[in-house]
Design a protein around this ligand. Structure first.
Ligand code: 5RP
Length: 294
């Protein structure tokens, strides 16, 4: 049976050229399925291998925290300069314009407020809703050492099972209880456990000593959470040090949206993450942009 096309052009099967088998730019992700890789490549820039995720999910347990009182006013203008958004499905549906083209990681856990024991969380979203919302990924808190440690770990493994079914990556967020020591030993344990149990990305906090032992002992990409608001130079330095020591970017919230000039800070963080700009230069850029945007 002849082939159906009627083109007169001679066919070329490149018989002497082996098919290219591209590798994959993200650590530990080479054996994932195509859909999962494609989603991760929307979030992590394949050129720099890094991401600037904007975390605005805090309301799921904190309510309208400073800087997130009005997401339409405070956050929507920042979206063009992030690589991805990390938010709840409630905010996504009610406030984020559906014609924005950035990928979204959806917060998939919840339950207790700041008034109660935070580790007592459950999965708070069906995977079908994440698919309906075209999520690039889903994120969940894991409380290693917390009162409900086992429950939070099992929440994550259940979410990983759901994500694997549909090719949706899961980001485990290593949450630290008030009484716990935030050091490399703790985060090595928490990050490695999350990765071993199936998380595709791990979000964790920066520690000034031995952060590179956390990234090197975690077999999947790590993104750094910003934590509480710091002076801009300190936040830029922390982001710089994190990526220089092996993090694949940041998922930052308060240090961007609580800054005096969030749009300027967003641009400065971008330069640090994607172009290795030195923190002092990034601070100068921040100051210049801050004046221009006034
Ligand atoms: C809260 C979160 C936040 O997304 C995370 O803490 C990042 O925000 P910030 O940079 O403000 O710490 O996961 O549970």
């Amino acid at each position: 049976m002849p082939e159906a096309d009627v083109s007169k052009k001679e066919k070329n099967y490149f018989i002497d050229t082996p098919q290219k088998t591209p590798g994959y730019f993200l650590k530990g992700c080479g054996n994932l399925d195509w859909g999962m890789k494609h989603r991760l490549a929307q979030v992590f820039n394949p050129v720099s291998g890094r991401t600037v995720m904007l975390a605005v999910d805090h309301g799921y347990f904190q309510g309208p925290t400073t800087g997130l009182e009005r997401i339409d006013q405070n956050i929507v203008p920042l979206i063009p300069n992030c690589d991805a958004l990390f938010c709840t499905r409630g905010i996504l549906r009610s406030v984020i314009p559906a014609d924005m083209t950035k990928p979204v990681f959806l917060r998939a856990s919840g339950g207790p407020s700041i008034l109660k024991e935070l580790s007592n969380e459950e999965i708070a979203m069906d995977i079908e809703d994440a698919i309906r919302l075209n999520a690039a990924g889903i994120g969940i808190q894991v409380f290693i050492g917390g009162e409900y440690e086992t429950r939070s770990v099992h929440n994550m493994t259940k979410l990983v099972n759901m994500g694997m079914r549909y090719g949706i990556p899961v980001m485990a967020v290593t949450a630290v209880g008030k009484d716990m020591v935030r050091d490399a030993q703790y985060f090595r344990l928490a990050c490695r456990m999350c990765a071993e149990l199936g998380a595709n990305v791990v979000k964790t906090y920066f520690v000034p000593e031995d952060f590179e032992t956390i990234t090197s002992s975690c077999p999947v990409p790590i993104v750094m959470a910003g934590g509480k608001k710091l002076p801009e130079l300190d936040a830029l330095t922390m982001a710089y040090n994190a990526v220089q020591q092996g993090a694949s970017g940041v998922d930052m919230g308060r240090n961007i949206f609580q800054s005096d000039a969030p749009e300027a800070m967003m641009e400065a963080v971008n330069k640090v993450i994607h172009e290795n700009m030195k923190p002092k230069d990034a601070l100068e850029l921040y100051k210049t942009l801050k004046c221009e945007k006034k």
